[in-house]
Design a protein around this ligand. Structure first.
Ligand code: NAD
Length: 250
């Protein structure tokens, strides 16, 4: 298994890298923050940067997934480094720019849509093109959010981007199934990562009180589900939106 992961420098993306590597995958850790991606690769026992990395070893790549040219270059570099198209592609890169609808700026809207939705479109399209042209099967896993299903105060931009990821992934599943490519999205609930460290303690306590299992999730809880969707154990699952929420908003 050869797996590029976007947003692999932190939180859920890093946990996915660790889990897939444990399953025997070779990981291409991609992130806007190149140093963070290199740190993930070091955690996996790899050499860090892809430059000079031995062929087939875990390697780090810096790229902004919201830039079409950068994603094309990334896929080219990744394929050159591993001499084959990726078999499992996981898009974890994501940002928040929270503001109430009445005050949200156009820039906050555009930035979140560009990274969270256009970024997943660009990565999914580039990966699918590489897989279809090589005739190889694959599994594409896109990280959405439960917020895309139920909304969240202060997150019109984020909720819209995450709902979009579900529609994009379902449509990709319909178009790519005949090529042996499965596409699924994962909807985490409230997970302990740098993204939720910004949330005020009062809000954390309130939401935690609404979670049936009684606690926030760990990035590894999401990585476990990604590993299942990456594996042949989920070979008959495509177009699914799997919630990993501890029962929040069921
Ligand atoms: P995080 O902030 O810890 O990690 C996000 C990573 O994405 C960072 O390493 C960041 O550098 C990278 N990134 C940001 N913009 C990028 C860009 N333009 N190009 C490439 N990389 C970029 O956040 P996380 O909590 O691990 O979130 C991972 C994914 O899970 C996100 O899509 C997020 O929306 C989603 N999610 C998180 C939670 C949660 O509770 N933490 C819940 C639901 C969904």
């Amino acid at each position: 298994m050869f797996s590029p992961i976007s947003g692999a420098g932190s939180g859920i993306g890093r946990a996915v890298g660790v889990r897939l590597a444990a399953e025997g995958a070779t990981v291409a850790a991609c992130d806007l923050d190149g140093a963070a991606a290199r740190e993930t690769v070091r955690l996996l026992g790899g050499p860090g940067s892809h430059e000079g990395a031995p062929r087939g070893a875990h390697a780090a790549f810096q790229a902004d997934v919201s830039e079409a040219g950068a994603v094309r270059r990334l896929l080219d570099q990744v394929q050159a480094c591993f001499s084959r198209p990726p078999s499992v592609v996981v898009s974890c890169a994501g940002i928040t720019r929270d503001e109430f609808l009445l005050q949200m700026s156009e820039d906050d809207w555009d930035k979140v849509i560009a990274v969270n939705l256009k970024g997943i479109f660009l990565v999914t399209q580039a990966a699918a093109q590489a897989l279809v042209s090589s005739g190889c099967p694959g599994s594409i896993i896109n990280i959405s959010s439960i917020v895309g299903k139920v909304g969240n105060v202060g997150q019109t931009n984020y909720a819209a981007s995450k709902a979009g990821v579900v529609g994009l992934t379902q449509t990709a599943a319909r178009e790519l199934g005949r090529h042996g490519i499965r596409c699924n999205s994962v909807l985490p609930g409230f997970i302990k990562t740098p993204m939720t460290q910004k949330v005020p303690q009062k809000v954390l306590d309130k939401v935690t009180g609404m979670i049936p299992v009684g606690h926030m999730g760990d990035p590894e809880d999401v990585a476990d589900v990604v590993a299942f969707l990456a594996s042949e154990d989920s070979g008959y699952i495509t177009g699914a939106s799997v919630e990993v929420t501890g029962g929040l908003f069921m």
